[in-house]
Design a protein. Sequence first.
Lengths: 405, 405
Amino acid sequence: MPETTPRPDQPTTAGSGARCLGIIGAGQLARMMLGPAIELGLTTPVLATDPAESAAAVASRLRLGRHDDPAAVRELAAEVEVLTFDHEHVPTAILEGIERDGLAAVRPGPAALVHAQDKLVMRERLTALGHPCPRWWRIADAEDLTTALAEAGGKVVVKTPRGGYDGHGVRVVEHAEQARDWLAAHEELLAEELVPFARELSAQVARRPGGETVAYPVVQSVQKDGVCYEVVAPAPGLDEDAQQRIQDLARAIAEDLGVTGMLAVELFETADGEVSVNELAMRPHNTGHWSMDGAVTGQFEQHLRAVADLPLGSTAPLAPVAVMVNLLGGAVEDLAPGARAALAADPELKLHLYGKSVRPGRKIGHVTLVGDDADALLERAHRAERLIIDGPAAPVGPTTPGATR
Amino acid sequence: MPETTPRPDQPTTAGSGARCLGIIGAGQLARMMLGPAIELGLTTPVLATDPAESAAAVASRLRLGRHDDPAAVRELAAEVEVLTFDHEHVPTAILEGIERDGLAAVRPGPAALVHAQDKLVMRERLTALGHPCPRWWRIADAEDLTTALAEAGGKVVVKTPRGGYDGHGVRVVEHAEQARDWLAAHEELLAEELVPFARELSAQVARRPGGETVAYPVVQSVQKDGVCYEVVAPAPGLDEDAQQRIQDLARAIAEDLGVTGMLAVELFETADGEVSVNELAMRPHNTGHWSMDGAVTGQFEQHLRAVADLPLGSTAPLAPVAVMVNLLGGAVEDLAPGARAALAADPELKLHLYGKSVRPGRKIGHVTLVGDDADALLERAHRAERLIIDGPAAPVGPTTPGATR
């Protein structure tokens, strides 16, 4: 027998892990899986709707088709051992059919994934499990919403249960009238109290099919117009007990829902240090991009290892602090001159471009830095961001209106 | 003007760097460029002779053709801004033609590359420049070799000037007769004294077209049957002065030869701390693989940045020590079970598989680890190596005959 000491929570499953994993969706998350897949020797065909999509442009194996076309998804399933995801928009029925027919393992499976697809299902389940959530209401009509508004003190967040992302499908309302269009278009809506949060946190864990889990340091995230914009890992000022408690919460959710792969638990933290779950994502997540350059095992490699049923990697950070700042499209269409200037200004900068055309507010890349001092790192990362987004000729400095800190 | 402080040695060239770089050759070095190219948003078509080659199997843009076929190389050149290399076997005349006709920039250029292609040219030039070399002789016939043997004390290393790699094209002889076949087949041979080295070192630098250079920590390397096998970064016991002196030597060679991209200078170190140049490589090099996981900027990203004329990245290590151990093919053909066991045994292990079929002694992958203690890291890396190469069922332990330390 090999002289190896299995970690306590590591199941000794048979086999060698999957070698061919199909990725549904071809956004930047699929794109950033490709490099780690090459190093691990995994084959990862990608299902894209357009050959110009972020991952499609750089994937060596590509299938064209829609994620909601049963035939397209089943054809990909037939050529791989495992199906995994760039996004959570694949209809549950398609995935259930693939599982039922034994075409491929679906990871995360549809029974878990539905909690990242449908916010009402998520709220109901987490509440039943006793995990902390904001107060919430199931809304079928204007009357329900009026009741919720009264109970919540006059203001709620209304969300479409499915299909939302990056601030889409989220609206703050004070009168039922303000949600009339959604009430007409959707069978049900979710209403939530506005949590008076002091900041947002995110906890990421990875889980293998057999139950092995690892947790990343809990991070602090800052949104801009509903889009993840800035992350500091670990979350400043979060003591060890709180780190542990929140990691345990994320592990418990992964366990309770039977997640395989990466799970991101986005959280509100109030001034008294209490947390409640905001959203779940069952895939690599924007709040985990820092780990590509800041942890022994980046989240994209970790996701592949988890869904391939390979042993998970260390989540240890490579430096006391890592920061990530998203590149959100501005007026400049050609990023190359600004990127060159940013790399010249900061040799430690790690640049990740998604190969997407620039549209205002669109996620087109991110930068990371590791070091000792979060504020200093953020200043450097935002300077790089401004150079790349505004171009090298634009004025840059602490008083620039575009600067957000 | 942006508030950026250009580094002193950074030329303020115009333009934004190249965006499309053709890679000639599809071995593991080309393969390991692909992940960083994706993150930097660079397009990197690969010229491969066979679609099953290491990089060909995972490249999104592939051309089939031979590196010594002028038409194939010129076709690749016509679709890119820059040509660079997985290996140094492209005939000089083809590259000179591409430069002359302005089809693409060739980086490193043929005038530099010839010093990595032809060991006689390299010895002559380095000697003229005053860089430290072993004693060497140009050998046209048996008489020359007999003279060299007499001057060297009865034993020399004979090398074919071109085409050698990983111990091929290298032979230790004590009589001219022992090189008779090579003397008949080659116009000239190189003979060198056997340097009584205490260990081998390697110094890597990157250089941009305009002259900016960065140097990586000098590493210690151990060969096995002429193949790089184990690397420790930085080289243990090498004091700061010696590190600086050797980095300066590598920078001077890059400058003197006009190298663009990565340059590896393999060196002999004798017991008294003197070094002499053994070989040059003008591309990412096996002795630099540690940097993928152990430095802020890995050598593959750095090579791309240098040949694309993008600002160079920090070479700072991410931990006090990094080690790399090559995976050289053994009896087991399916690496997956052993790889799984190795990942399970060591969550910090970084695994890089090249997607090559297993043949005894063939480079099929490598592992790296970072930490504080070189001996402990090497023990772990070799344990992983044995699990992967021999399979998880084989006995592993300090007394295994396969262990080399």
